[in-house]
Design a protein around this ligand. Sequence first.
Ligand SMILES: Cc1cc2nc3c(=O)[nH]c(=O)nc-3n(C[C@H](O)[C@H](O)[C@H](O)COP(=O)(O)OP(=O)(O)OC[C@H]3O[C@@H](n4cnc5c(N)ncnc54)[C@H](O)[C@@H]3O)c2cc1C
Length: 390
Amino acid sequence: MNYDLTPEQLSIKENFSKFCTKEIEPRAHILDEADHEEVKKLIKENIKLMASIGYLGMGHDEAYGGTNLDLISQAIAGEEVAAACASTFLSCGSSSGLFGVPVKLFGTDAQKKKYLPGIIKGEIIGCFGLTEPGAGSDAASIKTTAVKQGDKWILNGTKTFITNATIADVALIFAYNDKAKGPGSGVTCFLVDKGTKGFSVGKPFDKMGFRGSPTAELILEDCEVSEDAILGKVGHGFIQAMQTLEYGRIGMATVSLGIAAKCLQHANKYSKERTAFGKPINRFQEVSFKLADMMILSDVSRLLIYQAAWAKQTNNPESAIMASVAKVWASEAATQISSMAVQVFGGYGYIKEFPVERLYRDAKLGEIGEGTSEIQRVMIAKDLIRKYAA
Ligand SMILES: Cc1cc2nc3c(=O)[nH]c(=O)nc-3n(C[C@H](O)[C@H](O)[C@H](O)COP(=O)(O)OP(=O)(O)OC[C@H]3O[C@@H](n4cnc5c(N)ncnc54)[C@H](O)[C@@H]3O)c2cc1C
């Protein structure tokens, strides 16, 4: 086993760090404070900026304009993006990952040609519509339906909490085409373009964190799509969603790590500059031990993320569990680390002008999005019991 990054991975880290520090980080606070119309404009610009250095194509095939890099390289770049602006990470990830990955894995050649080059260039924005007002953790209980009428499909239902909903050109919509068959073979995924009759977007949610990444409902009212809109095969939607979320969980772990790493960087610098009782506060053990704990927690996150990425890359049968382990650890570590960072900043940590305030609000989503911590633990425990119960 070799823990060293390859020369290519080291240069990815350096290039993304430089680019994001210069181009993305200065916009993070502005995005966080902007009203919704401004957010839409700014986040689209950020998506284009990230596309300009190839970020959105890292996981995609060269035939469509991607660079087809390994998942560890993607995590390395992702940590830098998230450290600069977590909202930018989330919106890019929803478009090229949650939307782009299932199109790559399950789409027809025509669907890949239609969407992937634009997604990779940041000219098309995608989103992933699984969650509903009554079905989040229990995704199998979605109520959206797809009914075949002649050569058309009619979709009805509401999706909620959808990242990029207000800026997306296209959405993946998961719907029951045959409830009696259950989720395993009764759900189908549809590609629904913006502007399709009967397809509309709700009011954006006013969120605690990730305020620079728009979130809203998607509403389907007798929305008519053709057979070509089916992703892969009829009845395969739920499995496609679960497979996509495995990548998504590594992504949520990575955004949590980026937030944590940025908190440590700010706390380290501030504690050196801030004095109390005649000395820098990092000379007090209570403060320096917080810095040490922040490093211990975030280093473990990074190792678990690389392990999960490597497992997924090499088709390890344990990869789904490793992704859950990485997500639980990295997200819970990030909420602890961001809280410690606010504490190190004292009163200033509570003021919006100081970045740890935003990082503290952003961190919490890691424990909720793409499967809550509780659901990850349910899956980890089920797997353990299956393997080790007598
Ligand atoms: C900012 C944001 C962006 C999002 N983006 C998207 C997106 O792009 N696409 C998308 O489809 N969804 C998206 N989501 C939805 C997200 O994935 C869900 O919010 C999440 O899966 C939890 O579902 P829920 O909100 O319905 O909570 P619930 O399922 O109602 O859970 C409520 C609480 O009950 C607990 N709970 C539920 N079931 C169990 C159980 N069996 N055992 C133990 N505890 C349990 C949960 O862990 C949680 O603590 C987003 C959410 C947010 C907040």
